[in-house]
Write a protein that binds this ligand. Structure first.
Ligand code: PMP
Length: 406
């Protein structure tokens, strides 16, 4: 029998049959030393890796898990639907229930259509905006992530210039750059797409300023372009009505996914009346897009988030974590900056250009049972309770101690 730990053995086998061992953002090779690749089970705010180690989870599957892993209410709804049918020749009645729930929950939404991934939803928003306006140019913030297809992928491998021929860039929260890009588009501006807040990889997060959000809305109103909010990452964590509701700014189209069904595969596009006809004409579909189980999970997830005021709960626990990390940072004399909404935190050490402090912190906290991320925003779920945060702060203290060399 081999003495290789299961995670290492699986990684070695994967190298032979999966390009790079794993595609995409969940490849653990991009994480500090010691992070596991494979997980065998999860419940609430805890997950267990293939080597049998348990962690308090602060990535929540990078967003989807909003009520906690394997939430009993959601899983019961999914099982009930699975016992009836999932992938059939058309949707189950739960589709209509879910679309009504989305329209009821999200103030700008006059209609909703469903898909599988966030990329499906952002791409559909752009296509619907072009179909409605008959124009081509789309303004995208430099560094914002909108998905994994040629028009928006962060990798240029296999991407042609033509795939991006009609994109113009602006800087998040920078009105002058937005105006300059809009001028360049002249009469051909179809849409401006913007993430709920600035959560670009590997930099401090930034909330949208009220001025920027208002200006963006006014620009779209003046030009007839669609304001698209990419709420894939932040949706259902900041405000159940859409992440710019607290700012009083409503988009024309929104893309949702991740947290919409607590881990079941689903995405949604919501839109205003003006875009209904274009949404009817654009060809959006996929073999699994009418699957009923994720829709039943979404209905249960959104109802539960509404019932318990999920965003407020996650914010409170996020603030407890943030305050605890701030206190530890002062105690160990290691200045940090924490940015973004408390329920989607990011902590970066000052004077850490090569990420060595952040990596040491995270690798050590991991060994002590807390799964943090040094460079990408993290995610709270409604399953994080005070005792979990306090336990995670003990792991964080070990991390600070290691960075301080004590
Ligand atoms: N937009 C944003 C803001 C995202 O964070 C993501 C996923 N990380 C996407 C779009 C794409 O979603 P998906 O990976 O489900 O296609």
């Amino acid at each position: 029998t081999s003495t290789t730990p299961p995670d290492a053995a699986l990684r070695a086998r994967a190298q032979a049959v999966i390009p790079g061992g794993l595609w995409g953002h969940l490849n653990a090779a991009k994480l500090p030393e010691g992070y596991p690749q494979y997980f065998t089970s999860a419940e609430g705010c805890r997950l267990r890796d293939a080597n049998g180690r348990e962690y308090i989870d602060f990535m929540c599957s990078w967003g989807p898990v909003v009520l906690g892993h394997r939430h009993p209410v959601v899983e019961a709804a999914a099982r009930r639907q699975a016992d009836q049918g999932d992938c059939m020749n058309g949707p189950a009645p739960v589709l209509v229930e879910l679309a009504e729930l989305l329209v009821d929950t999200i103030p700008h939404a006059d209609w909703a259509l469903l898909a599988k991934n966030g990329t499906d939803a952002t791409t559909a928003c752009v296509t619907i905006a072009r179909a409605e306006t008959g124009r081509r140019k789309v303004l995208v913030a430099r560094g914002s992530y909108h998905g994994a297809v040629p028009w928006c992928s962060p990798s240029l491998a296999g991407v042609t210039a033509e795939d991006r021929a009609h994109l113009l860039t602006y800087d998040y929260n920078d009105i002058a750059s937005l105006e300059a890009a809009a001028d360049q588009a002249k009469g051909d501006l179809a849409a401006v797409i913007v993430t709920a807040f600035r959560h670009d990889f590997g930099r401090h997060q930034e909330m949208p300023t009220a001025e920027f959000a208002r200006h963006l809305r006014a620009l779209c109103d003046a030009t007839g372009a669609a304001l698209i909010i990419d709420d894939v990452r932040a949706g259902f964590r900041i405000d159940l009505g859409g992440s710019w509701e607290p700012l009083g700014i409503r988009p024309d189209l929104s893309a949702f996914s991740k947290a919409i069904a607590n881990g079941h595969p689903l995405a949604a596009v919501t839109g205003r009346e003006r875009f209904r006809q274009a949404a009817t004409q654009v060809y959006t579909t996929g073999s699994f897009w009418c699957g009923a189980v994720p829709m039943a999970a979404a209905v249960a997830t959104i109802n539960e988030l509404r019932r318990i005021d999920g965003p407020a709960r996650m914010r409170a626990m996020g603030e407890r974590l943030r305050n605890g990390l701030d206190a530890l940072s002062r105690q160990y004399g290691l200045p940090i900056r924490q940015t973004g909404p408390a329920q989607m935190p990011l902590m970066i050490f000052d004077n850490d250009p090569d990420w060595r402090m952040g990596d040491t912190f995270c690798a050590t906290a991991l060994r002590h049972g807390a799964y943090f991320h040094p460079r990408h925003n993290m995610f709270l779920s409604c399953a994080h309770a005070e005792a979990d945060i306090d336990q995670a702060l003990e792991a964080a203290e070990a991390g600070f101690r290691a960075v301080a060399g004590r």
